[in-house]
Design a protein around this ligand. Sequence first.
Ligand code: ZN
Length: 148
Amino acid sequence: MSLLPILKYPHKTLAAKTKKIKDSLAPEIQKLIAEMIETMKSAKGAGLAANQVGYSLRLCVIEENGNVFVMINPVITSCSRKKVAMDEGCLSFPGKFISLCRPEKIKVRYLDEKGKKVKIKSDGLLARIIQHEIDHLNGIVITDRLKK
Ligand code: ZN
């Protein structure tokens, strides 16, 4: 298993919308998931999107409070009206932290690494990381959010 190089802003792959994964159990997807988890841990990141390592696919990995989440084709199905401000960092913007306002709570559905459908409600840090990673999958980075 190898660590993957993390693309830095303003690499054009970070600005492109990613493609849905058709076969989550395909060996190349399973290999990518394992390598992304290793890369995220090694970089001490809380999350990593596939397009941050050069694969334009709807896949992200997240580590929060010791739990690793693999999210394939994630979709936010609802979010709270209440928004909160929180500092966000990003492995594609080393050393940069930006305070952003986002919904406090979200519901998200996705396929896990076994191809199983999962629906979760989340708030706090996990909700924040999920929204940040799904932004990546839509070609949006933290500095784009700042402009809005
Ligand atoms: Zn990021």
